[in-house]
Design a protein around this ligand. Structure first.
Ligand code: FMN
Length: 447
């Protein structure tokens, strides 16, 4: 069972899926360039960030197989596995400080974020950005925990700017700000892929994503209380920053290179004040390079679970769903259904668009098409649809503000029905077959 970043790195090492860099590497652009060269091929441990003591790791889960391995399932069953666990969150055990590796070193006075090896990733980024921190807070009205990842720009030794899109953290922060109170938060950096994935699940406010991580881990997720704020954090995290989201304070944050490979603009954002920095002995800092497979898949796989559930309500015969890498794991969905009635493909599209605002283009295929194989999907589009009647176009919907082709987020949405018509003459869509092909072992024939 994967219980810490260290467990996971040991697994990657065993499987030959991580590269090590002993050369001194600058945090500004050079480190991100190294990470990008290995994107989708291997994780990377950079042992000597120039001027810093802690090593940096990146790309810790760079393909579907790795997430499937961590979840204990196969790569075509990830959405189903996540949605099962989302429905059964498990309360986590809280351990005393002495049993929590992350509390081995605690600095409360004179904290200094500049001691962490935080890279500058892209050319126009406004500064050093933390990108792989689980931000944990509690709803001041219900006491329920919420977990999410946010880009965090380091402003000074103890201050950061944060982008909070209008989701749960924003709602919780607004509750505190209305009372002119700060919101206690903690940021856990250097955690395993299951914790990162759980933070991305789309569940109602009040469902604790740490308990979803615990469901992924069959109950082995341990937490520890923070030292300066009323928050519990994963006890095996490498680093924890404790602090407060300040009420009614805004400072300019950004620009920052984002997941669609464009810059998110600068604007006034909320501010976090850091009250303590805790870390394990010899901590490993994790950075996620924006727009890499690690970044895209984290959001994409969690969203696929919600997409699957929503489409299932509309079309119970849904088989698989896929948010494609080329579509930034947000904008393009492929859905396979075992169509029993004409019109179901369009209903699947409605459900997909309703499931999350980012989905922009949906392709629906029959179950003989592998939604994870884009060559097969393209073949279905090429041979099973006529755009005059098989497309659905909707204008003026809310899409992603980070998609530069939208009008400040207002977007067109299109669905393509690439399923075979049910009333087609029997031979029309019969695919070619060679008798005996499936049983034939090519090794028996080669010299
Ligand atoms: N969401 C934001 O609102 N702001 C961000 O800066 C941000 N950065 C992210 C960076 C990474 C690497 C990933 C994987 C996700 C990021 N997200 C960001 C998405 C949220 O973490 C995600 O939507 C989360 O599920 C929101 O949780 P909530 O609804 O509980 O607030």
């Amino acid at each position: 069972m994967v219980n810490s970043l260290r467990d996971w790195l040991a697994y990657l090492e065993c499987e030959g899926k991580i590269k090590s860099v002993s050369k001194e590497v600058s945090l500004k652009f050079e480190m991100p360039a190294v990470i990008k060269k290995l994107d989708g091929k291997a994780a990377v441990l950079l042992n000597k960030p120039k001027g810093y003591y802690f090593p940096v790791v990146s790309g810790i889960a760079y393909d579907r197989n790795l997430f499937a391995k961590a979840l204990g399932t196969d790569k075509n069953n990830i959405a189903q596995k996540i949605s099962e666990c989302q429905k059964q969150p498990l309360p986590c055990q809280v351990v005393p400080r002495e049993e929590a590796p992350v509390m081995e070193n605690v600095k409360i006075d004179d904290v200094d974020l500049m001691e962490l090896p935080i890279p500058i990733h892209h050319k126009k980024d406004a500064g050093h950005y933390i990108t792989a921190g689980l931000l944990i807070c509690k709803d001041p009205e219900t006491g329920k925990r919420n977990v999410s990842i946010h880009r965090l720009q380091v402003f000074s030794k103890n201050e950061m700017g944060i982008l909070i899109l209008p989701r749960h953290l924003w709602q919780v922060y607004m509750k505190a700000e209305k009372k002119n109170e700060s919101l206690d938060i903690a940021i856990a950096i250097g955690v395993d892929p299951l914790l990162l994935l759980a933070s991305q699940t789309i569940v109602p406010l009040g469902v604790d994503e740490l308990e979803i991580a615990n469901a992924f881990k069959n109950g082995s997720q341990k937490l520890v209380k923070c030292q300066t704020v009323d928050i519990e954090v994963p006890s095996e995290a490498e680093i924890v920053l404790e602090g407060k989201l300040l009420p009614k304070v805004r400072k300019v944050e950004g620009p920052f290179g984002e997941f669609p490979k464009y810059y998110g603009p600068a604007s006034e954002k909320p501010v976090i004040e850091i009250t303590a920095i805790c870390h394990r002995n010899n901590p490993i800092y994790h950075t996620i390079l924006p727009a890499t497979k690690e970044h895209l898949l984290l959001g994409g796989l969690a969203r696929e679970a919600t997409l699957y559930e929503m489409v299932k309500l509309a079309v119970p015969t849904v088989k698989d769903v896929h948010l494609t890498i080329g579509g930034t794991c947000r904008y393009h969905a492929v859905i396979s259904i075992d169509k029993k009635h004409e019109g179901e493909a369009k209903n699947a599209m409605f459900a997909a668009f309703a499931s999350m605002q980012e989905i922009k283009h949906v392709v629906v295929v029959d179950t003989d098409v592998d939604v994870f194989d884009m060559e097969e999907v393209e073949w279905a589009i090429a041979t099973r649809c006529q755009m005059g009647k098989d497309t659905m176009l909707v204008s003026g919907s809310l899409g992603s503000k980070l998609d530069p082709s939208t009008d400040d987020g207002i977007s067109d949405k299109m669905g393509i029905d690439a399923t075979c018509p049910l009333d087609a003459p029997p031979d029309t869509y019969e695919t070619i077959k060679i008798p005996g092909y499936d049983e034939l072992n090519i090794e028996d024939y080669l010299d």
